[in-house]
Design a protein around this ligand. Structure first.
Ligand code: ADP
Length: 290
């Protein structure tokens, strides 16, 4: 079982010719609400990857914004541990997506900010805990510590970008970052130098259209991206994380799991929506076999 403990939001997405500058009003041309939040996106990706049971600890308000979030997770087959935050709004994100695929996003975490250390469900049967940084840092630290103490592998996607205490990194078995998050975390721009600075057993750096690189102990991995025509890269990183952890949970070798994560995240780039864009298991199989 993969246990994701993290954020769930409802994204309000307006598509427009360009992202507004401060003080500017832009007349958009399409509006949609879509379930999002890094935690929920990664849980959907893990569940769709198949082969591993996926559970998620999430917090929702008792408003109607919670309804499509819960439905999307259940449709994907995620088992839910919901902390209902009465009187707090469900997390929302206001996304402006330009026709040139640029975006500007404002998040109101709402219920997500009420997830506490004690909300972590029992870890019986859990092989991997998958965490991000859209919930309170003190909770992320406590969950990582509890999972480590229970012998559960701790996977941290250090997103959104920020610096982290060494004590948290000491409890992490696999750290996943993109280039920007690596630079923020280490204070160095150069990828190889940044990777050397981080004291974690296993480190994965995603490189967008260039794929990803990783090190595990003395082993080095380089995985080219699968060639696709990107439409919406929102959620590519989340699909990568969820797919990677699901593959590891069902016992795939690390290199194989990286390849599968690369294929799933490439397919996610070809579709709109962070969760709706997560490919099904058999689509990933087809790309891997191609
Ligand atoms: P994030 O979405 O967190 O910024 P990246 O941009 O590094 O993360 O993308 C995560 C992964 O998604 C990459 O490692 C790659 O496998 C895949 N990916 C992203 N952009 C593309 C693309 N244009 N073509 C193919 N795969 C992509």
């Amino acid at each position: 079982t993969v246990l994701v403990a993290g954020s769930a939001n409802l994204d309000f997405v307006v598509r427009a010719s360009h992202v507004p500058a401060p003080g500017e009003t832009v007349l958009g041309h399409a509006f949609e609400t879509m379930p999002g939040g890094k935690g929920a996106n990664q849980a959907v990706a893990s569940a769709r990857a198949g082969g591993a049971v996926t559970r998620m600890l999430l917090a929702l308000g008792d408003d109607t914004f919670a309804v499509p979030i819960e439905a999307s997770l259940r449709d994907a087959g995620v088992e839910l541990d919901i902390m209902r935050a009465h009187g707090q709004p469900t997390g929302v994100a206001f996304v402006c997506l330009s026709d040139t695929a640029e975006n500007a996003i404002t998040v109101a975490p709402g219920a997500n900010s009420l997830l506490e250390p004690g909300h972590l469900p029992p870890l019986a049967g859990v092989t991997h805990v998958l965490l991000q940084l859209e919930t309170p840092l003190a909770s992320v630290e406590a969950w990582a510590r509890a999972a480590r103490a229970a012998g559960v592998a701790v996977v941290l996607n250090a997103a959104p970008a920020r610096t982290l205490p060494a004590s948290l990194l000491a409890d992490v078995d696999i750290l996943i970052v993109n280039e920007n998050e690596l630079a923020t975390l280490t204070g160095v721009e150069d990828i190889a130098t940044g990777m050397d600075r981080l004291d974690v057993a296993c480190l994965v750096v995603t490189l967008g259209a260039r794929g990803c690189c990783a090190r595990m102990g003395k082993q080095r991995f380089l995985q080219a991206a699968f060639a696709v025509q990107p439409v919406d890269t929102t959620g590519a990183g989340d699909t990568f994380c969820g797919t990677l952890v699901a593959a590891l949970s069902r016992g795939l070798a690390f290199g194989q799991a990286l390849r599968r994560a690369g294929a799933a995240s490439a397919l996610a780039c070809t579709r709109l929506g962070a969760q709706a864009g997560v490919p099904a298991h058999d689509e990933v199989e087809r790309l891997l076999a191609a």
